[in-house]
Design a protein around this ligand. Structure first.
Ligand SMILES: C[S@@+](CC[C@H](N)C(=O)[O-])C[C@H]1O[C@@H](n2cnc3c(N)ncnc32)[C@H](O)[C@@H]1O
Length: 250
């Protein structure tokens, strides 16, 4: 993975370097660290930060200009809507800066687009490794994708992407690619748009109340890379062995 050495964060409308010691101080005081990858306008990350002042919420997105409005709001005094526990980082996940490695108790990817969408749908190693790099062992990755992106008219840039469903996560080999890179898939389901409020994504909200969006939600757990594959192999071997054993007489 091509790792950016420095942490570029938003301070109001400007990009500044965040000293590793300053980041470390914030992280060590936090009860929980949430990293929201592809945070967009960062409104979801902001809402999480305000709702959980004891957490540190880190939004990551290479399109940093879209985060400025939220960064300005977050920089106010807490009484006036500020969120000192929100850190907005200018970075692409495939080159996520080293100071963010191993910090997350929870990783979210909500309504991804562009390289991030391709990476999670196709199981591209640079994106999956970047997501795994920010996570602590045992941290969940929660991925939500609105399935309407696969309905006509399908945007040109995603026409080659297979539609993700609970079945295709297995049949396209995505679950195996995730496992090989340290993400053990725990649950995949389609949920109705009425659960979008829980996701609380700005993008989902933009769909409006009349939308009939169905969202694919995938949850995976950070394990040692390859461990999920080895566990599957052990389970398969145990199954084969049990099937091959002669039945014992009662
Ligand atoms: C549709 S927006 C969703 C924003 C937000 N999560 C929401 O739900 O409102 C997708 C975001 O993914 C970001 N993105 C695309 N490629 C990325 C990458 N390689 N690393 C991190 N973010 C990326 C885009 O810049 C964009 O802001």
């Amino acid at each position: 993975m091509n790792t950016a050495p420095r942490l570029k964060v938003l301070a109001g409308k400007k990009l500044v370097d965040l000293a590793p010691a300053e980041l470390q101080a914030a992280l060590s005081a936090a009860e929980h660290v949430l990293v929201d990858v592809g945070t967009g306008d960062a409104r979801t990350a902001y809402r999480q930060a305000v709702a959980h002042p004891e957490w540190v919420v880190i939004g990551v997105d290479p399109a940093w200009q879209r985060m400025t409005e939220t960064a300005v709001r977050a920089a106010r005094k807490p009484m006036k809507g500020g969120a000192p526990n929100l850190i907005l980082v200018n970075a692409a996940i495939e080159s996520v800066p080293a100071p963010l490695h191993g910090v997350a108790d929870q990783v979210t990817v909500l309504m991804p687009w562009g390289k991030l969408l391709r990476g999670v749908v196709l199981g591209e190693p640079d994106v999956l490794s970047g997501l795994r790099a920010v996570a602590k062992a045992g941290a969940p990755l929660e991925l939500s994708i609105g399935t309407s992106i696969w309905r006509d008219p399908v945007p040109l840039e995603i026409r080659d992407l297979p539609e993700l469903t609970p079945e295709t996560v297995e049949s396209t080999g995505l679950a195996d690619r995730l496992a090989a890179l340290g993400w053990a898939v725990a649950d995949v389901r389609l949920v109705p748009h009425t659960e979008l409020e829980t996701i609380s994504s700005s993008w989902a909200r933009r769909l409006g109340s009349g939308a009939t969006e169905t969202v694919l939600r995938l949850r995976a757990i950070a394990v040692d890379p390859g461990e999920a594959v080895r566990a599957e192999q052990r389970a398969a071997e145990a199954g084969e062995q049990a099937a091959g054993e002669p039945e014992r007489e009662a």
